[in-house]
Write a protein that binds this ligand. Structure first.
Ligand code: GLU
Length: 443
């Protein structure tokens, strides 16, 4: 075990060594396939939990996978065929829940991984959902608003055979937003002949969306950061933060960090980023980015690459863009004390091993970015009850769940002397396995 492990406040304070369990030693060979990486993470937890081999086998496989190839009439008169997926990983603890991603790079294995991560995420924060994810292979920026609406409506219609308020509830993810959810909700409602708000979450407030949902993932990340920095003896005021990703997760997190007094020294989007040693003017950057679309050309601070940003000497690094950003290639150069995963799957299992050896404290995606799905849960409850809460109540209830979940995972990590990802999995995978065992196998 590396002595640098003890060099940061967290472990010294608790006089607890970091993991030296056999499962945590030896970096696995690196893969950029997210499903392979998700299985790797599950296997480590299963071994540690001594999981029943039959249940382990069940959890390795998504329960249901739907692939749809569907036509869309483009504005230039041509017809294009798009491929979409909806994968439901597990429903032992409730209907499956998870976002819908529009990306040219998405594929079945990515959606499988994201669905599995949703299962663990919902279990870790203890909300009554299983995990699912959807994806359509497309570049939403290359489509007109009308084409996007047609694509969304046709995709929603194609997957309507597997989604519903008591079966599987989509929400926004990369490349989709509240408007996308409104089209999905309307399409399902038209087919049913009545308005069905609880069929998706992340909707606009006007049609049954929840107050606080659009900020929820970013707000949850800052809430977790507050818990972590207390252990490190750091303060929010002047905390040096770098955020990779400037969308609904990274952009909101950067704004809330800034409002809370942190010094956000770097942010980036898909095309590049901005850096200022003394802290960036985040509200102005948001204004510019909303106007011009990209950060890379903005006249604030200096230019910085999205990969370069990851290696800055900061207190807190928030990778909030896409998968496989911290890998075997750059993990040894990460200088942040604390990594809080805003994206799903930004760190490969090999990089996890390297960060752990180097004493970098990482809060995993399945805990750190769960604020979004927690408020999705509140939205679903509000829609089913036709009874709506104000934003302060939503934020307070979400933060209470995030704090409690963080403390549960942290305690597990100290008790079992394992890192935060494995600790989170020990809680999440066990809850799902217990539910599956108690329910039994049908028939
Ligand atoms: N796509 C988000 C996630 O990865 C939110 C899912 C939801 O709200 O259902 O957690």
């Amino acid at each position: 075990m590396s002595t640098s492990v003890h060099a940061n406040g967290v472990h010294r304070k608790h006089r607890e060594p970091l993991p030296d369990a056999p499962e945590q030693i030896g970096a696995p060979p690196e893969s950029s396939n997210p499903y392979k990486n998700a299985l790797e993470q599950l296997d480590i937890a299963a071994q540690y939990l001594n999981l029943d081999p039959g249940i382990h086998e069940v959890l390795k496989h998504p329960e249901r996978e739907l692939t749809v190839n569907f036509p869309v009439k483009m504005e230039n008169g041509t017809t294009r065929v798009f491929t979409g997926y909806r994968v439901q990983h597990n429903i032992a603890r409730g209907p499956s829940k998870g976002g819908l991603r529009y990306s040219p790079r998405t594929d079945l294995d990515e959606v499988r991984a994201l669905a599995m991560w949703m299962t663990w995420k919902c279990a870790i924060v203890n909300i009554p959902f299983g995990g699912a994810k959807g994806g359509v292979v497309c570049d939403p920026r290359a489509l007109t608003p009308l084409e996007l609406e047609r694509l969304t409506r046709r995709y929603a219609s194609e997957i309507s055979i597997v989604i519903g308020e008591h079966t599987d509830i989509p929400a926004p993810d990369m490349g989709t937003n509240a408007q996308t959810m409104a089209w999905v909700m309307d399409t399902i409602s038209m087919a049913r002949g009545h308005t069905a708000p609880a069929v998706v979450t992340g909707k606009p407030i006007a049609i049954g969306g929840s107050e606080g949902r659009s900020d929820a993932t970013g707000r949850g990340i800052v809430c977790i950061a507050l818990e972590v920095i207390k252990e490190f003896g750091l303060k929010m005021d002047g905390l040096r933060v770098a955020v990779q990703g400037f969308g609904n997760v990274g952009g909101v997190a950067a704004r809330i960090f800034h409002e809370a007094g942190a010094k956000v020294v770097a942010v980036s989007d898909a095309l590049g980023g901005r850096y200022d040693e003394n802290g960036l003017d985040i509200p102005r950057l948001i204004q510019y980015a909303n106007r011009d679309g990209s950060l890379s050309e903005q006249p604030i601070g200096e230019a910085i690459g999205a990969k370069e940003l990851l290696e800055l000497d900061v207190d807190v690094l928030v990778p909030a863009a896409i998968e496989n950003q911290i890998t075997a290639e750059n993990a040894a150069r990460i200088k942040a004390k604390i990594v809080i995963e805003g994206a799903n799957g930004p760190t490969t299992p090999t990089a996890d091993h390297i960060l752990r050896e180097r004493g970098i404290f990482l809060v995993p995606d399945v805990l750190a970015n769960a604020g979004g799905v927690v408020v999705s849960y509140f939205e679903w409850v509000q829609d089913l009850q036709c009874f709506f809460w104000d934003e302060a109540e939503v934020n307070e209830k979400m933060q209470a769940i995030m704090r409690r979940s963080y403390r549960d995972v942290r305690q597990m990590s100290l008790d079992k002397k394992v890192d935060m990802r494995l600790a989170a999995y020990l809680i999440g995978v066990k809850r799902v396995a217990d539910a599956a065992l108690i329910r039994g196998i049908f028939p």
